[in-house]
Design a protein around this ligand. Sequence first.
Ligand code: ATP
Length: 509
Amino acid sequence: MDFFRLLSRGTKLDNAEAFTKSGKPVEDEDNIIRPLDFFHTHSTPAQEVREKEIKRQSEPESHVPVIPYQKSKTTGNDVPHPLTTFQDLVSRFQVSESLVSRIKFPAPTQIQSEAIPGILHDRDILASAPTGSGKTLAYVLPIAHILQKGQQGSTNGIKALILVPTKELATQVLEAFTILTRGATTFKVQVLTKSLLARVTSEAGAKAGDVLIATPLRLVRALAVLDFGSLRHLVLDEADKLFDPAFAPQTDDILAHLRGRTQQKIFLSATLPSSIETLALNLMTAPLRILISPGQAAATVAQKLVYAGSEAGKLLAIRQMLKTGDLTPPVLIFLQSIERANALFHELVYDGVNVDVIHGERTETQRRAVVERFKKAEVWVLICTDVFARGIDVHGVNLVINYDVPQSAQAYIHRIGRTGRAGKQGKAVTFFTKDDVESVKIVVNVMKESGCEVQEWMTRLGKVDKKTKKQLKRKPVERDDISTQPKKRKRKNQSRDKDNGRELSTKDE
Ligand SMILES: Nc1ncnc2c1ncn2[C@@H]1O[C@H](COP(=O)(O)OP(=O)(O)OP(=O)(O)O)[C@@H](O)[C@H]1O
């Protein structure tokens, strides 16, 4: 096949050694894995690197990097002047000195600079800006100011509703509000947890807070009992995800329920396909459309494609990286299904790696605990499905590995966007095999769009047609089993994983 002829020419030019599954060098093009050259720039032992990372996390605020500005376009009527400094908020918008003093960053990021004045001027906002560019603060800050100033009056209902696709992201948005308003808040921010849902649905008059952060699946069950009479701001964070088939029915119900009540709509994401843009613009009034490097991966992520030959080659590559100390923690590894994530988890646990796994079949408590442990650096390698691809901000993730090629450009951009955040540098590696002949084109295209250096064979791949793109989104590539474990142990692991799943159906939402 032409693709593999191109590929083999490209990889040979790489001047990299090739290995069989057994670790012996070979000439053969099949079943090969090539060393990941850019990892070889540092080979510090993992423990030492970890200590450095912890030290870096506790650096004083003055070391916070300024996120560089990128190509942007803001359109709409009467586009407000961008914000130059956070201090401008005091003179231009009478934001309190105490609120501004809690911002720990030296300057607003580009999206903050463009969106904050728009929100404070009461405009609807449709914004696309790269992963890790500070979109959360871009809406949390102005909403906190408006609520603190008491411009809402003293009614009891929900004044701001923030919709997000995952519970982890909901918790993160709550933290952003808490950091900004700690000790001085005149309003209450709540996540619609299982217990809050139970309270508002069973106790007459139970309050859901001034700001409610919710996932669509849970919110839709509480719509009838929540008081949206004073709603002023509706934020859809990861807006495109909230309109994809997994959430669209609930998101539609929520928007229909709120029709006519919401005063300001703010939709954000790092990826806004044109269909979602059209849909969003139809829901808005005289919006500001802010596009910062739309459809591109964050410029701070060094992207790399690695031909792994076969499924066994991928596992070998991971083991090789572990051996050489190239798997510098914290690391995220994405797989296409829960079953595969569990299988890789059992392989790496068996290898003695400090690893955990997060996906939709783990209970809410387990998910919370895993994220906490990963944030505290108690877990070094976190295996995940796309449930962890959106919005999650873990300080200093060094490396994202796409063990399985993602099924869309959006999934790829969000997955690799877990590294290279807030102006820091990160690395992303995508393994592919001959099963990925179409999906790898999507990755190459994003690499080209993001200005990455691409090898000669990549430039000849062409694009995926629309039909194939749709098929890929709907149905993941069928792959060989990951597990190398004896049948008996494999069955034991699978039954333990199933128990986790059963626990989910009774304990989780
Ligand atoms: N002005 C700023 N300067 C430097 N860092 C900032 C600034 N504002 C926010 N950050 C930090 O940048 C990181 C990424 O922010 P945030 O999670 O809001 O990104 P995002 O654009 O929403 O990303 P994603 O698209 O992945 O959800 C956070 O750790 C945040 O604290």
